[in-house]
Design a protein around this ligand. Structure first.
Ligand code: CU
Length: 306
């Protein structure tokens, strides 16, 4: 985690999805206290079954990027992924929005995009122009679809008091498009860095939850009250080392129709886990994979007395 002559340290330049106040993209929308919990993730896109969701995407980074969603209904012109699908150029503007470009994606929300059980389901969205490097750049966020009749006016599920969003990922910063910039800006002696040095490679595997390691996500952003109805949306991303088993100390959840305190995530897994905490305190929440524990894939959550 420490920076050094050949070490980047604990801070990296990332490319992140951020919400603006309007489509002029002049003013970043400040994140509400409740949204600070998102940390590195993009804004929560919300919809209710039978809605149409439109996302106006401005690409500020210096390379092409896109928005590719899971779960919802899209035509080829809103898939956000370039591959040999036989479409003509009029259906390809979504695949790779150029630097400075703007594109409006449109998604239907049929019943099959909504929850099967419960009131809401989380899908992820991410850039799919250069799938691997876009992921390691940080271009990922959550989308929540709520059942008809189950949403408040702002789209949040009425039967849930608090939602949390956490992504478990071994972020390989060596595969980030910002590697050269991070070496130049954060190492002590950039010219002496050998990117092929295995130890340099290991130092850039960030075993992170929402971009934080070793419990550094502010605990205020993971705080709830005893007796509240809490919905945890957890997701995985990454590669073959990304098998994660998020484990809550102190309280249990229901997930996939069973009671547990550990769930399983593989790359691009998405899951809801509902908790009604009955045990106040500050509790560990960590990946239970041994190698990931020692590498810092852990955080804390806090349950206040009612
Ligand atoms: Cu893990």
């Amino acid at each position: 985690m420490e920076s050094g002559p050949q070490r980047i340290g604990s801070s990296y330049l990332k490319s992140l999805y951020r919400e603006y106040t309007d489509a002029s993209f002049g003013t970043l929308k400040p994140r509400a206290d409740a949204d600070q919990r998102l940390s590195m993730l993009g804004p929560v896109i919300r919809g209710v079954v039978e809605d149409t969701i439109k996302v106006v995407f401005r690409n500020n980074p210096d390379r092409p990027a896109s928005v590719h969603t899971h779960g919802v209904f899209y035509k080829k012109s809103s898939e956000g992924a370039p591959y040999d699908d036989g479409t003509d150029p009029s259906d390809q503007a979504d695949d790779a929005v150029p630097p400075g470009g703007t594109y409006t994606y449109s998604y239907g929300v049929p019943e099959r995009a909504g929850p099967m059980d419960g009131s809401s389901v989380m899908w992820m969205y991410h850039s799919h122009t250069s799938e691997v490097t876009d992921d390691y750049a940080g271009l990922v966020g959550p989308m929540v679809i709520t059942k008809v009749g189950a949403a408040r006016p702002d789209g949040t599920p009425r039967d849930v008091d608090r939602e949390f969003f956490l992504q478990f990922k071994v972020s390989d910063e060596k595969q980030s498009p910002h590697l050269a910039c991070n070496i130049a800006n954060f190492t002590g002696d950039p010219a002496s860095v050998d990117p092929e040095d295995p130890e340099f490679g290991e130092s850039n595997l960030m075993h992170s939850i929402n971009g934080y390691v070793f419990g550094n996500q502010p605990i205020d952003s993971l705080t709830m009250k005893k007796g509240e109805r809490v919905r945890w949306y957890v997701m995985g991303m990454g590669t073959e080392v990304d098998l994660h088993t998020p484990h809550w100390h102190g309280n249990t959840v229901t997930a996939l129709g069973m009671r547990t305190d550990v769930v399983s995530l593989l790359p691009a897994s998405m899951m809801e886990a509902d908790m009604v905490p009955d045990d106040a305190g500050t509790w560990l929440f960590h990946c239970h994979v041994n190698d990931h524990i020692t590498a810092g894939m852990l955080t804390r959550y806090r349950v206040l007395p009612r």
